[in-house]
Design a protein around this ligand. Structure first.
Ligand code: TXA
Ligand code: MG
Length: 322
């Protein structure tokens, strides 16, 4: 078996990408599992390694807005406005694709998801190659997204020779995805840019979140962003911790308001109750709890302000079907 390199040397990544191999790349949101978006072999390998269903399209990464015209067409005015304000950054736009981009990327659709990531190393990499990178989050489908090179390495021991190490992701949540339906901007996924910031830029937009969360039919929710340890969402910690006191309990709390003597492990997202800090630590805290051989993880929703909405969206999906 070839040893995996965790490196800051972009040349190693470039060499691998040029011959159709996959590399992991850091971004400000989460790490991506990247391949040459113009190489069918690389695209297929992404689906295989991630165990991603073929009907779930990939997301493309480019170095700047100027490259957008090469791969998409009919760019709405509001898409341009958003890109000018938020790129490089955690904004993904879903736009009509040009033929240059294959249907393997778009999973047969006429649109593609694309963004300019805001990470020095990955921007340097994108500026050194002449093809876009297809890069979904670097986790097996359904699992917790990776926010460090170690998270990626723990998921993929084989099939990934190079992991570009860009440290821990500064935002820690995936990009906000905006599509356009009859020119109308529509939110497809809550992400690292709060919806209020998007609406401050282009006015009120529609919402059409995939697997729309409907509490009355939890069976409809597909499990996603999930730890392997059973996880439950509760209204208040003490009652449920007491009920589970004979188990090895992990607690994931927003702030540092209470201490839990019956818990084996307690991860606090932000001691001072800062929602952006909580976002940055969120996946990392889940990875950490999941590695401790606990019987159960107990958590609560966060305040629905700013990135609290995105974290709550991920929490609801993480607990679905447990
Ligand atoms: O922050 C991010 O977006 C990270 C980093 C690596 O850039 N990437 C990421 O990729 O989260 P992924 O594949 O885990 O999520 C991308 C989402 C998927 O849910 C996919 O269904 C959606 O984008 N998507 C891709 N193409 C689409 C399209 N044409 N229409 C609607 N949704 C699309
Ligand atoms: Mg993902």
């Amino acid at each position: 078996m070839k040893t995996q390199k965790i490196t800051t040397d972009i040349n190693l990544a470039i060499d691998s990408l040029r011959i159709g191999k996959l590399v992991a790349i850091p971004t400000e949101t989460v790490y991506g599992l990247a391949g040459n978006a113009l190489n069918e072999k690389a695209l297929k390998q992404i689906f295989i390694l991630k165990k991603r269903p073929l009907h779930n399209p990939l997301i493309l990464h480019i170095s700047s807005y100027e490259k957008l015209q090469e791969i998409t067409k009919n760019i709405p005015f509001k898409a341009k406005k958003l890109a000018k304000k938020f790129w490089p950054g955690p904004l993904t736009l879903v736009l009509d694709k040009k033929n240059k981009i294959s249907k393997t990327v778009s999973a047969g659709k006429s649109t593609i998801a694309v963004r300019v990531p805001n990470h020095t190393l990955t921007l340097k990499l994108l500026n050194s190659i002449d093809f876009p990178l297809a890069a979904p989050s670097a986790n097996p489908s359904g699992f917790i997204s990776p926010t460090s090179a170690t998270h990626v390495s723990n998921f993929f021991k084989d099939g990934l020779d190079v992991i570009l190490n860009g440290g821990s992701c500064s935002k820690g949540l995936e990009s906000t995805i905006i599509g356009f339906e009859n020119q109308n901007p529509t939110l497809y996924r809550h992400g690292a840019i709060p919806i209020s910031d998007i609406e401050n830029c282009i006015g009120t937009i529609d919402r059409k979140i995939k697997n729309d969360l409907n509490p009355s039919s939890p069976g409809m929710l597909s499990r996603h962003y999930s730890p392997e340890t059973p996880i439950i969402l509760v209204n208040s910690f003490s009652k449920y911790i007491y009920q589970n006191k004979h188990k090895k309990i992990g607690v994931l709390s927003f702030e540092n308001k209470e201490s839990f003597s019956l818990a084996t492990k307690h991860e606090i997202l932000s001691k001072s109750g800062n929602i952006n800090e909580a976002a940055k630590n969120f996946y990392s805290a889940l990875h950490s709890l999941d590695s401790k051989n606990l019987d159960i993880i107990i958590t609560t929703l966060l305040p629905e302000i700013g990135l609290g909405k995105t974290i709550n969206d991920r929490l609801k999906r993480a607990v679905a079907n447990w």
